[in-house]
Design a protein around this ligand. Structure first.
Ligand code: PAF
Length: 289
């Protein structure tokens, strides 16, 4: 496992891979968990060369507080990655990614990801931040395939838009959300919850499953399903619901009726932790849970 910090070294290395086979890339903001590990293992199995990046991207945070509070533990991350067969870990420095005088951002102008939360998450700052860093990382690593977990639906929608609009030659591979045994989606900050909060957090996946049950029972009205999901979440007082959304799984735009490809999204704050999760109906009995 080779660790690269320097941008020129990354560029040189990626150039050397051009004839060496396919490159699978897992971009992350670190504080890795089993979900990330699953992505790295898939990249290793499916591509000749596998790369993971760790970079807490300052420009996708709306509040500097959140950036400062974002959990970091590079040595633990490297330890976890050393148990995979990842070839390269790219850990660029913020001052090299955004040097003094940096002024070119990638700005998606439509808002299919405009899933507004109470705090305005899903805003243009987040979209611009993700679009900019992913474009830079794709330039530096030059992957053939980039891997994302289904949980980050908003991020995936942004990346998909950037790749399409800027003709970036990379395939996106979306893997199912990795969950704890009670259904809670794995996340870097799950273990910051108190016992009480952790127990309450189960309601998020239960709400998604309540939506699923209605669809399985032939309900096709998004408002009815959103209401049922909300009614369930509010039974847990420590869970601060941001939104539930029933939308198209690629564009994240709202739908009038439930069709195959519809996504059910939920976001909430529990204590200091922000949670997002989703499931997708593929049609019939086929669900991406
Ligand atoms: O998890 C993230 O936010 C990723 O690292 C990405 C998509 C590169 C944006 O920083």
């Amino acid at each position: 496992m080779r660790i690269i910090h320097n941008l020129d070294e990354m560029t040189e290395t990626a150039r050397g891979w051009l004839a060496g086979g396919s490159v699978g890339f897992v971009p992350t903001m670190g504080f890795l968990h089993q979900g990330h590990k699953t992505l790295v293992q898939a990249a290793h199995q499916e591509c000749e060369i596998s790369v993971a990046s760790i970079f807490v991207n300052p420009v996708q945070f709306e509040e500097s507080e959140d950036l400062i509070r974002y959990p970091r533990d590079l040595s633990r991350d490297l330890q976890l990655l050393s148990t995979t067969s990842v070839d390269v870990v790219f850990v660029p420095r913020a001052e090299e990614i955004y040097p003094a005088g940096f002024s070119t951002f990638v700005m998606p102008t439509s808002s299919p990801w405009a899933v507004q939360s109470a705090k305005g998450a899903g805003s243009w700052i987040y979209a611009r931040g993700v679009a900019t860093i992913i474009t830079k990382l794709f330039q530096l690593v030059r992957p053939d395939v980039a891997y994302f977990g289904q949980k980050n639906a908003q991020q995936i929608a942004i990346v998909r838009q950037v790749v399409r609009d800027l003709n970036i030659d990379v395939g996106l591979r979306i893997l199912p959300t990795v969950r704890e045994s009670d259904g809670l989606a794995l996340g870097s900050r799950n273990h910051f919850l108190t016992q009480l909060e952790r127990r309450a957090a189960r309601v998020l996946y239960r709400a998604l499953l309540a939506g699923k049950a209605l669809v399985d029972g032939n309900v096709r009205n998004p408002a009815e399903i959103e209401k049922a999901m909300i009614d369930l979440v509010v039974t847990e007082p420590v869970v601060n619901l941001d939104y539930v959304k029933v939308c198209h799984s690629d564009t994240l735009s709202a739908v009038d009726t439930i069709l195959p490809g519809t996504m059910f999204m939920i976001a909430a704050h529990i204590g200091k932790v922000h949670f997002i999760d989703n499931i997708i109906w593929r049609g019939g009995t086929n669900w991406l849970l």
